[in-house]
Design a protein around this ligand. Sequence first.
Ligand code: OFO
Length: 172
Amino acid sequence: MLSKSIESALNNQIKIEAESSQVYLAMAVWAEVKGLEGVSTFMYAQSDEERQHMLKLVKFVNERGGHAKISNLEEPNDSFTSFKEMFQKLYDHEVFVSKSINELVHISLQEKDYATHNFLQWYVSEQIEEEALARTVLDKINLIGDDKGGLYLFDRDIEKLTVTTASSETTL
Ligand code: OFO
């Protein structure tokens, strides 16, 4: 059985994961409108993954005797001055999510809720993967700079990065 404080912390994370899905959906749309199909496919896939992260939490809260809360979401930013800015925001967002997961892990230990602590380890590994992926993408964008040919190749290649993330194995 979840304590009230753990339930509320997990529910807060449900909102964060749902908002992450919206953040990446808005990025997918922006990239699609700009004609970068590879980038938009990557972002649509990221958005789907975040929804899975949210659902995994929903199931966990309900299975442990809590009540998952489905909240109103912040409207995501849907315009960017450049691809570099968009990918920087993706990276910053993942760092923010990692901090939030770490805080949850901390609370679960404080409350000696080892089941929740164990459940959260999946998210800890996931955030390591996602931060690394976002950093790799950002490094590539920085290398390309304003080179249009480089951007074309990047757009073609980024879809392959989607396939290699461990998170694509997500199951509920
Ligand atoms: Fe939910 O993993 Fe990214 O944010």
